[in-house]
Design a protein around this ligand. Sequence first.
Ligand code: SF4
Length: 94
Amino acid sequence: MTSMLEMPQVSDCTATACAYNHDGCHAFAVNIDSAAACGTFLSLNEKGGLDVVAQVGACQRQDCVHNASLECHAPSISVGFTAANADCLSYQAG
Ligand code: SF4
């Protein structure tokens, strides 16, 4: 579990169609929604973000074992495509 002031990093993301993905996610922070989909995913050819490793800003998936008070406490997460969404692959039902 991470400390109160650390946000989990997005250690890898295979959603290469996302504007924030160029050799991994470069959004400053991503939000994960109540279905564990990445709410920051943006399908654009243009690339954006910062020279940082993305972090999880907030997560609405309350039934995940890593979720407490609507924040993620996993050491890091992986994101990738399932069906049509970029989803948190580190989700574990609690
Ligand atoms: S690991 Fe669980 S709590 Fe963390 S972002 Fe993914 S779904 Fe949310």
